[in-house]
Ligand binder design. Sequence first.
Ligand code: CUA
Length: 326
Amino acid sequence: MALPVIAAAGPGILLSGCSGPQSVLDPAGKEAGEIASLFWFLAVAAVVLWLLVMGLFVYVTRLKREPHSRNLAEVLIIGGGVVFPVVALAGLLAYALPMMPAHREPGSGLTVTVIGEQWWWRVTYQRDGEDEAIVSANEIRLPRGARTEIVLGANKVIHSFWVPALAGKLDMFPGRTTRMALEPTRSGIFRGQCAEFCGESHALMAFQTVVMEPDEFDAWLERESGDAQEPVSESARRGRDLFLAQGCGGCHAVRGTPARAKIGPDLTHVGGRKSLGAGILPVDTASLARWTQHAEGEKPGAKMPSYDKLSADELSDIAAYLEGLK
Ligand code: CUA
């Protein structure tokens, strides 16, 4: 009973990995498209090789079981065991290697620097010819159809930057800069994930990559460069005062307020992001309150202290303030 169920469900489970916001087989970027083609080429080549080997196996074990001549045996061993693998692997290498330099070709006018922290992403946008970089965190936005240079670094430990739908992965090292470029071909939201074990919350170190139409992206970047919005509700105003009084500005920046620190993620536009806590929670008041109350409960090892001495009302005021920072 179990076997037919597994046989029926197996292909479905396998195929479910072929699409979605974090699939290398559902490319939304130039590099990812090339990598997906390479994968299918290699997969087909592997299947052909497997069929050849299985054919030989059936031939010698079923069709022609008597001893073979010494000549045929030598042809099989030297030809099939040495010459053929060398030629096939060299051919595959010659096909795949020339792809790599093109994946590092620099971008066109916009550089996004991403620094891996424990366990979040420090993100800055810099347009060529502009002095000020725009600081953000835990989310990357890119214009569709343009090539954006991605400069990668890390603080303290190694991480790896990977948005499977857009490109291959690249490691991030403390004290060393690595570079890649992303050229999205389709707008949408694509999930990225740290792909190098970096400590207890490695698996909880993700982010969303939002690919926007170029004019929407320009408008978004313009807003992102601005100061934080003033709180509009009474609760949010109390939340801002609490945020400052509790010393949140000792780690975080909210531009346009006295909070200017750079230890934790910049929160100037945290309410406009697609996720909270580096890809693990939605951005709503309940999650913001929960995170503020006990960040380590959501993300083991998180450096943010717990604010569990605050009352439920105080937490919801802070959450209302942060949620309003669009
Ligand atoms: Cu960062 Cu794993």
